[in-house]
Design a protein around this ligand. Structure first.
Ligand SMILES: CC(C)(COP(=O)(O)OP(=O)(O)OC[C@H]1O[C@@H](n2cnc3c(N)ncnc32)[C@H](O)[C@@H]1OP(=O)(O)O)[C@@H](O)C(=O)NCCC(=O)NCCS
Length: 157
């Protein structure tokens, strides 16, 4: 079985957080996603809020028994957004694409929205392969979490 074929999702638990914290520190991943890593304090506060909110669907991405990332659907500004993060050691194996497919089987509400830096070719490809369409390209100002960038808004209707 390939890594992509053995991908499965399960709810994220508190025991996953140390590994997820390390994953989100990776400089290359942050360059790709055009994000700033969270400090431990900000990370813990963020994940405590996420795990306590039943409106979020937050899934650990597993290859076999190994935790290799997260994928989620969450409400933001009155829309349902999706996001994901895969450990850099596992990039380019079809894992995000498979995880995206599995999440879209589980979360059936539409439309779903994703915002992606236009420089993030891999993420754009993952979304477009499963039917998301670019509906807007806009300037995104810098915040604590995001450097300034041009971002695409993709929608799955
Ligand atoms: C984006 C990310 C999730 C992709 O994960 P992945 O498991 O490597 O993705 P997959 O292997 O399923 O698919 C990647 C696709 O993008 C393509 N790709 C890779 N780099 C690319 C690039 N620079 N430009 C265009 N396409 C690219 C691959 O060829 C593949 O397409 P294919 O299936 O047609 O061959 C991963 O790089 C990541 O976690 N990055 C950091 C966090 C992030 O960017 N999250 C998304 C924020 S919106």
């Amino acid at each position: 079985m390939t890594d992509a074929e053995s991908v499965r999702l399960r709810p994220v638990g508190p025991g996953d957080l140390p590994r997820l914290f390390d994953m989100q520190l990776d400089p290359e991943s942050n360059r790709t996603a055009v994000t700033n890593p969270r400090t431990r304090e900000v990370f813990d506060a963020h994940w405590t809020k996420i795990l306590d909110d039943p409106a979020n669907t937050t899934r650990a991405v597993l290859v076999g028994e190994t935790l290799v990332g997260t994928i989620s659907c969450f409400p933001m500004d009155g829309e349902d957004h999706v996001g994901y993060w895969i450990d850099r050691a596992y990039w380019g194996k079809g894992i995000a694409s498979r995880a995206r497919h599995l999440l879209l089987c589980e979360v059936t509400k539409r439309p779903l929205v994703a915002t992606v830096a236009t420089s993030n070719g891999a993420s754009l490809r993952v979304l477009q392969k499963c039917g998301f369409v670019v509906e807007e390209v806009r300037h995104s100002p810098a915040t604590d979490l995001y450097p300034e960038c041009e971002e695409a808004v993709l929608v799955l209707r």
